[in-house]
Design a binder for this molecule. Structure first.
Ligand code: BES
Ligand code: ZN
Ligand code: ZN
Length: 485
């Protein structure tokens, strides 16, 4: 939990003080509003023990308190991504292991800085430790009480709320696929919207999908013992005549690849293949908690791509909800099938003013951009630029990839309207997959975010994220949908 107090009492067991090089150089410590602590810091600086360098830390004991001096580097040089990671590192420091109440003095009070510090704590110290054996009984860092030495502001409170949505998304992604089934996604959504007046929910299960003809979605789920689900929440936060933004997430609860089975090394993280839908659910939580004054349609397209005697097969042809037929040339290219039906269904029945879909869609996007940038493909420059602006603001990074009319030919089939693979050897796989999706949208402005690289860290960590789900897309979407206010 984070609270805000312009002049904290400094009566807690520990204080974490960020200092940049200019403060050290000018010896200006006026943000430390407690004279005893200020003098202790001055003493260390005068002794030449602390310089404010990026990531430098110096623990001292003063006034019977643990004081951790943390270097914030040079103003203008140390960016906010680095600051988040500095805060993460310091918050996880062994100094604070047994301390649950921590005061934090920032090196400046700019709104952007304070939000980065909040995120450094709430996103940086998140960890998926449910299945880790712990011997020591310590409070998890994310659950500690932090008192930030700044006056409360709506933007700060909103940042805290937003991070809680990010945590929900991360928990859904990190948990076992046999726990996070379509049932659990449904009950999570229903739990969030319970008692809310400005929402309408529609959920299509197997029976409804059969009746309505969402055969691409059904095909992907054929081998699964779990029901497929298309979960739709219509949220009205503005006047009814204001356009609705539809956010649509790929929710493949596990992607084995299907009969085109994924090899070892490619399947271990595939419980994260519902990251798009999880980001939609985290954003729904935020929209409700922040009472966003926008109209939004939240969509989670949930299926499971299994092997078995009932699984769909390479060479099969299915007719989607929009009437187009698709030749399946690789059962591992399942995300576009589930999303294609979802986009067509929502466009026809909800007529949104614009679409943003999020999907762990292609390994090709990871090859193209790596793990730090989400790929963006859009048929509308205004929408694409809006997304890029919010991506920049929230550090939920996005890079635009091209889309041009000739790509159409790359997803044409010899025997059906479309095929679910693109060029030979997967060339340009991220943009051909996006083109497949685009062909399920008529005239609605549309943007596609490929989060295959950004949604999950399969290693020790990067930037200010630890191992596992990052919650990519949630801060971006929350910011974008909020700006409609
Ligand atoms: N879920 C995967 C994409 C993926 C890869 C997500 C790595 C996260 C990390 C997707 O369903 C898939 O397997 N796509 C194939 C498409 C190909 C068969 C045309 C791919 O990218 O290889
Ligand atoms: Zn796949
Ligand atoms: Zn997939």
């Amino acid at each position: 939990m984070i609270r805000f107090q312009a002049s904290p009492k400094f009566d807690k067991a520990a204080t974490f003080i960020l200092l940049d090089k200019t403060q050290i150089h000018k010896k200006s410590f006026n943000l430390i509003t407690n004279a005893t602590l200020r003098d202790a810091v001055k003493e260390i600086v005068d002794a030449g023990q602390f310089h404010g360098e990026e990531r430098e830390t110096f623990p001292i004991v003063a006034n019977k308190k643990v004081l951790l001096l943390v270097g914030a580097g040079e103003p203008g040089k140390t960016n906010l991504t680095t600051l988040r990671s500095i805060v993460r590192q310091a918050a996880l420091s062994s100094c604070f292991k047994k301390i649950n109440d921590i005061e934090l003095v920032p090196h400046n009070r700019e709104t952007e800085t304070v939000i980065a510090i909040i995120e450094g704590i709430l996103i940086g110290t998140y960890s998926w430790d449910k299945y880790r054996k712990t011997t020591e009984k310590t409070v998890r860092p994310i659950e500690k009480n932090y008192i930030l030495a700044v006056a409360a502001k709506k933007e700060y409170e909103d940042a805290v709320v937003t991070c809680q949505g990010v945590s929900l998304t991360r928990n859904l992604i990190n948990e076992n696929a046999d726990i996070v089934t379509s049932e659990l996604m449904e009950s999570t959504v229903l739990g969030l919207v319970r008692g809310k007046k400005n929402v309408a929910v529609e959920i299509l299960g197997k029976k409804e999908m059969k009746a309505k003809g969402l055969n691409l979605h059904l095909a992907v789920n054929q081998g699964s013992p779990n029901e497929p689900k298309l979960i739709i929440v219509k949220y009205t936060g503005a006047a009814k005549n204001v356009g609705y933004t539809a956010v649509v997430g790929k929710g493949v609860t596990f992607d084995t690849g299907g009969l085109n089975l994924k090899p070892t090394g490619h399947m271990e993280t595939m419980r994260s293949d519902m990251s798009g839908a999880a980001a939609v659910i985290g954003t729904l939580k935020n929209a409700l908690a922040l009472n966003l004054k926008s109209n939004i349609i939240f969509v989670a397209a949930v299926a499971e791509n299994c092997i078995g005697s009932k699984a769909f097969k390479p060479g099969d042809v299915f007719r989607g909800y929009n009437g187009k037929t698709v030749e399946i040339l690789n059962t591992d290219a399942e995300g576009r099938l589930v999303l294609g039906d979802a986009l067509a269904y929502v466009e026809k029945n909800y007529k949104p003013s614009r679409f943003i879909d999020l999907a762990t869609l292609t390994g090709a996007c990871v090859v193209a951009l790596g793990y730090d940038y989400t790929g963006l493909v859009s048929n509308n420059d205004a929408l694409a630029n809006e997304i890029l602006a919010h991506a920049e603001k929230t550090d939920d990074r996005v890079w635009r990839l091209p889309s041009y009319w000739e790509i159409k030919d790359y997803v044409k089939s010899e025997i059906a309207d479309l095929k679910n693979v693109g060029l030979p050897k997967g060339a340009g796989g991220a943009i051909t997959a996006a083109e497949f999706l685009r062909s399920f949208v008529n005239d609605t402005p549309w943007a596609h975010l490929d989060i295959a690289g950004t949604s999950f860290v399969d290693g020790k960590g990067r930037f200010y994220y630890g191992h596992g789900a990052t919650g990519s897309g949630v801060r971006l979407l929350t910011s974008l949908l909020k700006s409609k206010e």
